[in-house]
Design a binder for this molecule. Sequence first.
Ligand code: XBP
Ligand code: MG
Length: 255
Amino acid sequence: MSLQALIFDVDGTLADTERDGHRVAFNRAFDEVGLDWEWSVELYADLLSVTGGKERIRYYLQRYRPDFQLQTDGDLAAFIADLHGRKTRHYLALLESGSIPLRPGVERLLEEVRASGMRLAIATTTTPENVEVLLRATLGEDAIGWFEVVAAGDVVPAKKPAPDIFSYALEVMRLPATACLAFEDSQHGLVAARDAGCRTLVTVNDYTRGQDFSGAWVVVDQLGEPGRPCKVLQGDLAGAAWVSLEGVRRLFDRQ
Ligand code: XBP
Ligand code: MG
């Protein structure tokens, strides 16, 4: 089937948001409520094994703070939701400050897609406002409108590596998975997209480089740009020096 849509993950794929964005925002939220928790760059590599900020806090408590007790006899889910709300506010402020740029090649590829009329979607685990503000801060006010569907956060009950968020985006677009190419940065993301039936191009980052990308269509170190070629780590880009819409469309439609 010919290529009809690209579906992008956000965190780690459009921008390196985890180490200097989400992680920092979690730490600011902990500080704000007087918790002495500090998620270091190294610890965060383990915490990324769980997707979703609320789910990640719960995992941290179970694994690293088994003796943690709520001060009053409160509800743990409500405590986590409050902490996560604070974290989201800190994260949005970081995005608004412009300190988190898009990864190389992302803006170029999105412009190529827009010029071609190819359809675009987002499938992410993160909170919807995070996507809106990242796109606005990096690509401008109307960038959110470039995406026909922004599938994000709690809209599905099971987060990646479950395929649900991709299946949801496909359903909204009324497209078969075989007509779509997913862009992901992590093994969890790849598994989610792959199990939904999408071919997947993986663009690795420092947290995900060593992961198992079995079943990926192509794996690159970044999307590349004229003058800044990408490295193909797995699969085949037919000698292209960067991931272009025309290049991937040709390869996709041939296979
Ligand atoms: C992204 C995530 C998210 C963010 C935090 O995964 O795991 O949890 O780290 O976002 P993916 P929230 O790139 O695979 O979608 O705190 O808003 O949940
Ligand atoms: Mg990701």
